[in-house]
Design a protein around this ligand. Sequence first.
Ligand code: 26V
Length: 804
Amino acid sequence: MKQITEKEAISKINEQLEKYYNISLKDATDRQLFKALAGVCIDEMFIKRQKFSKNCKKKDGKAVNYMCMEFLIGKTLRTSLFNLGFEKSFGKALKANGRDIQNLYAIEDDAGLGNGGLGRLASCFLDSLATLDYPVTGHCLRYDFGLFKQKFVDGQQTELPDEWLGSGEVWQIPRQDKACRIKFDGQINEYMENGHMKVEYRDCTEVEAFPYDVMFSGYDSKNVAVLRLWSARSFNTFDTKKFSQGEYTQAMAEKNELELLSKVLYPADDHMQGKALRLRQQYFLVSAAMQSIVTTHKRRYKNLKLLPKFIAVHLNDTHPVLCVPELLRILMDENEMSWEDAWNIIDKTISYTNHTILKEALEVWDENLVARTLPRIYSILKEIDRRFRSACCELGVSYSAVEEMAVISNRKVSMANLAIIASHKVNGVSKLHSNILKDRIFKNFNGMYPQKFTNVTNGVTHRRWLCESNPKLSELIESLIGDKFIKNASWLENLEKFADDDSVIKKIKNIKLKNKEEFAKFLYEKQGIKIDPTTRFDVQAKRIHEYKRQLLNVLHIIYLYSVLKENPDADITTQTFIFAGKAASGYRRAKEIIYLINQLALEIDKDEKVSKKLKIVFVENYSVTVAEKLMPATDVSEQISLAGQEASGTGNMKAVLNGALMLCTPDGANIEISDVCGKDSSFMFGMTAEDVANTWKNNYNPRNYYDNNPKIKTVIDLLSIGFNGTSFKGLADYLLSTNGDFDPYMCLADFEAYLKACEDMDVLYRKPLKWHKQALKNISKMGYFSSDRCIEEYAKNIWNLQKI
Ligand code: 26V
């Protein structure tokens, strides 16, 4: 891609500095420079975006609206510069003027508007859509506070507010012209007038949805993706009557209550809680987005029946599924369309991706809450339910199947059922996951609408996760096969021919070491902890959740600890176990696991002999930025969820793309990564999803493992005694119980197989050239897991989108 010259870079920076601060480069603070660079990018993207939009209109292009409650963006400056082809020249130009571009990157806070995989996937998709020249608008809430900041106090997780807006605001363009109103609560009166449904609202609460647009340029493309972040505002600063009567606080309280809507991201990704505010957030997002889509479409094309020709609406999980009744409402109540015509539009426009099979995470809302909060939407939901039930009746579907699939059943509204009924396509995020959806979770639906169900295996943007975050590796790759892989990830395959070139393999090995040194330095500066970059870095970085089985990892470490305590000279690989990830604030067990890891880390540190071979660190406050530093430094990536539970995983892709080998179970995308990279690419162990189903059926009995496997007995007993003065008997009991508070993710059942896989891995690790050769082979196959491939599949099979 064509880069600009250093001279051009300097002149662009000076232009911004002059415009905003009337200052020259040498006098500018880092913060002013940061703003200047952001300004350069924004101006550039603005021009690009305008041209693209014009072209899109001219060609009658179709656009996808990606609806998601979470976008885990991370930082934006470096990515914008990279994608615009500015990064290198700006870096050099600043350096020539005695400034370090890295310091400017450091100023920006992460935009952490998401919990984990689902939100990060949404951000990767924007990058790919922009790069591949597909028109897209993402819609999300502009949370004042993103995902909490994690801080350890005496080894326990505490949560602090994440105030990201200070530096995040530079990218956001306020769009007063697109603001709209959202109604909640009150009562409705529905009546027919001239054959059309009319609705009167009484006593409802109204709030303004005010959008901010953030632009994301594609790499070497003509396109810029827009993410529209909706913020809640009350219309009046305060109730003037109350204000004039001196009731200041109450007047302010009402304003604050309305604006609470977009105040904070819900920090859980595991457990559905029927919280009224969350339901309001969901409706607020979809109502604002649907209103803006319909308004723009009407202005441009006049005819609403043409909506499906120009618009695809994608539901990233069920959180935005109220798009369905909201779009029906707008079409019928505000545009006098009949139910049949409106439904026909829904049917062609909406698609849905499922991201979890965890029962407790599948969204169901209390019918009364929906009725009270969104009376008109509730009435539409009842009609969708009624029509669906009558269609089932005609098809002769059994009573129990109808109840299972209905939108409203047992006084609950099922969001997944609504999403499936309304979508023309439903996909899972890995082959295994999509099959589980068809064969188990949504079996009845699959019987009824087999053509709806499909798979799109996840991907990550290799530009951020390789080119930007691992410049050393990326430069080596470029020197070997050219830069074509940046735009076309499958080009990475050309690396394979260097697998037998020892000089290349040594370079790969060296780069890994350098990245580990850099990570060690970063960790020391951040947390004051020293780790040895010459040890093997064994990493498990993801949300803390029972199903992901950080506990299984810990059990293995305890086992190694017990062996080394007995015999400090035992033949055990010297390694650093690195954990990173947040626990939902109300998730007791996950927090206990964090505490266990931190206490065990301290105990091992204190043991002079053992600590020569073993070290544990828990990296505080895992975020996109931390991941960008950690992935390039990973030797072993732990992907050890109970088979069938991890829908896909995307951390696995990021790690392997950076030359890690996976230690993994046959779950989610692990299976496909191993298939694509070859059987020696990872160390896979444990029960398959099918084994898991059978073990569950035959009653898992952890006591048997404890009684018959002395290693397991040792480990569990040590857990009971505890570490660094704290007993973890609660966790030991949990691992051994068969009822009540027990481990449904069956850590003990996979323990022995896990140990064996670790031993196999050690064998390869002792032959560094072979290890790094495998790393190179893996990287060469990872093009398939670029979100570019994934977006091409969505565009073709789900959205019917054309490139502009
Ligand atoms: C679920 C819920 C449940 C109700 C409470 C609020 C809330 C917020 C977020 C979520 C999303 C959880 C689903 C999720 O993040 N799934 C992850 O999606 C990744 C991208 O497809 C995938 O790689 C991971 O395997 C999957 O766990």
